[in-house]
Design a protein around this ligand. Structure first.
Ligand code: OGA
Ligand code: NI
Length: 381
């Protein structure tokens, strides 16, 4: 019962905090900092209500809960099979809101360095990491914990480093200077993922019937609209958790942008909602998990789905993932493409922009689960 209530959990130290620091101030320092004390139980701040906890007994081993997402071969997309691949892409975005991208052509060392430098950043002494802690959502480099740590009633088991990448020449100098190779690794990674994103958006525009068919990926169509868009790289660190059945690495949410490209190590933990249940995405070596964000759902007038997902943690292995979130420029308005609107398909969403999303999630009356209802708030009924 003590466990359920979470009261008097000593959290192996959190009731014994030096310098009269309050427990919440202590927890704001993140889960890595907490783990460095060698805890065996999680503090009550991380314990989800029973109905929101993951059913791990059922999840990690049962293959029926594993999902093989549609696989899109990037090389084939650029080749003579382009039209078939575009059809698969359209199906994936309609049915799952997710797909895995293979043969993406990004060099191994760019990928490995990105994961490695993220891991080394989180391993830095806390005083080094904490230089980048900020409540300012628009800061070009922001280190933090949980999902939305200023508002979350229950914290989640994740620390993050968020780096704005657009325009690179203005933001790089604000990023952490330690590890010494971080800036170079993230610049290389962000350029590579931006290129992939643009190629995918070109294919997506084509799949929606919004550009001329391009032969072998030569046509440039309306890519210019996307080139100047925002890019945010989020390195996520999910330390091994002593009680993974009581908490989550990330609560159910959808991503706000047009597309997210997610790089994950071999540990796994991402789950997506599919036909009313949570299914685990099996990590595929050398691939990206790509998902439709809220803005693409709006732009496609609901044809492509921004699907709710969450992250499980486990008791054995720490996990790193790196999400690259792409959207339109910060100030532009996202609305259903006029070419997709007619009498049979009336406009289904209100106009929206990034600033109103930030305003929405930073409103303290919205709790941590509201990120997924932002899209709901944009729907016309
Ligand atoms: C995200 C996200 C999933 C993961 O960063 O928005 O959903 O597995 N990440 O880290
Ligand atoms: Ni996400």
């Amino acid at each position: 019962m003590l466990r359920e209530m979470g009261s008097n959990r000593t959290a192996d130290g959190t009731n014994n905090i030096e310098n009269e620091e309050t427990e919440i101030q202590y927890l704001q320092k993140g889960v890595r900092h907490l783990c460095e004390r060698g805890l065996t139980r999680i503090p009550s701040k991380y314990i989800l209500p029973v109905q929101e906890r993951p059913d791990l007994g059922d999840t990690w081993n049962a293959s029926k809960h594993n999902l093989k997402l549609p696989v899109i071969d990037f090389t084939q997309l650029q080749g003579s099979n382009r039209s078939e691949v575009i059809e698969s892409l359209a199906n994936a975005c309609e049915e799952f809101g997710f797909f895995q991208l293979i043969n993406h052509g990004i060099k191994d060392d760019v990928i490995l360095e990105m994961i490695d430098v993220s891991r080394r950043f989180f391993e830095l002494p806390f005083n080094e990491r904490s230089k980048y802690m900020s409540k300012d959502m628009s800061s070009p480099a922001r280190y933090g914990t949980s999902f939305n740590q200023n508002n979350d009633k229950v914290f989640c088991w994740r620390d993050f480093l968020k780096l704005s990448c657009h325009p690179l020449q203005d933001t790089v100098s604000c990023w952490p200077s330690s590890p010494a190779d971080l800036r170079e690794a993230v610049v290389n990674y962000s350029k590579s993922t931006k290129f992939l994103y643009l190629m995918l958006m070109e294919a997506i525009m084509e799949s929606l019937g919004l550009v001329e068919t391009t032969k072998g990926g030569e046509g440039k169509g309306s890519l210019e609209d996307f080139e100047d868009g925002s890019q945010l790289i989020v390195a996520n660190c999910y330390p091994a958790c002593p009680e993974p059945d009581l908490t989550l690495g990330m609560p159910p949410h959808s991503d706000y942008g047009l597309l997210t490209l997610l790089l994950q190590d071999e540990v796994g933990g991402l789950q997506i909602q599919n036909q009313g249940s949570w299914v685990t995405v099996e990590p595929l070596p050398n691939s990206f998990v790509v998902n439709v964000g809220d803005h693409l759902e709006i732009f496609s007038n609901g044809r492509y789905k921004s699907v709710v997902h969450r992250v499980l943690v486990n008791s054995c292995k720490s996990r790193i993932s790196v999400a690259s979130l792409h959207s339109l420029p910060f100030k532009s308005t996202v609305r259903p493409s006029p070419k997709l609107i007619d009498e049979a398909n009336p406009t289904r969403y209100k106009d929206t922009d990034f600033a109103s999303f930030l305003q929405y999630i930073s409103n303290p009356s919205h709790d941590e689960m509201d990120a997924k209802t932002f899209l709901q708030s944009r729907k016309l009924t």
